[in-house]
Design a protein around this ligand. Sequence first.
Ligand SMILES: Nc1ncnc2c1ncn2[C@@H]1O[C@H](COP(=O)(O)OP(=O)(O)OP(=O)(O)O)[C@@H](O)[C@H]1O
Ligand SMILES: [Mg+2]
Length: 225
Amino acid sequence: MGVILTAKNLQKIYGMGEVKVEAVKNISLEIEKGYFYAIIGKSGSGKSTLLHLLSGFDKPTKGTVKIGGENIHKMKDKRLSAMRREKMGFVFQSYNLLPEFCVEENIRMPLYLNRAKTDKGYIRSLMEKLGIYELRLKFPSQLSGGEQQRAAIARALAARPDIVFADEPTGNLDQQSGGDVLRLLKMMKEEWGQTILLVTHDMEIAQAADKVIEIRDGMVVGRGA
Ligand SMILES: Nc1ncnc2c1ncn2[C@@H]1O[C@H](COP(=O)(O)OP(=O)(O)OP(=O)(O)O)[C@@H](O)[C@H]1O
Ligand SMILES: [Mg+2]
């Protein structure tokens, strides 16, 4: 189905002077449209850093990331924000739900920002599939960690993004809810040809992915189908 994202010679160095950390060392990747990728590796290996570079959340020290043929780190901020809002969904390690809005408002937020029409049936089915429909009028501070995580996942999927970037999206969930999230992501991929890039420690999740990218010490050491 073609390549949706290309990364070339990506490098990320944190810090300056004596305390530099080279978190990503010369990574080149091609992400094919419509596949579910798992990014695996030990704690501290550079997975989150890589995901932040690929999603335009952070700038690389060197190298390029192209999405749909355009270098995202060369774009004007406004254009990158629009692209991230319209085409990408994010579930990061901190959920970043807005505390002054209820669950359902948080989930609809990307649609408000895009001035997109809300498909009520779709938003409801997302909440139902993630087991948070009953919680839709509560505020983030009234939810458990796992419930907040599920709300953040619903928010990431609300605008039906082309690419979903997820960092340990099931890290706080029990096996049942983790399985529900996984099934939902796979279903969305099948239905809309969504591309998923998901960081995980969980080998069961990695096995459910179409392709696995293994990171060690800031480098790609393995690629599996
Ligand atoms: N903002 C930062 N400033 C300095 N060093 C950082 C920063 N963020 C990450 N690092 C360092 O970069 C390396 C890679 O970190 P990263 O967060 O990408 O790892 P990770 O594979 O996501 O780990 P985990 O599985 O624990 O989330 C680590 O050595 C970490 O200490
Ligand atoms: Mg991480």
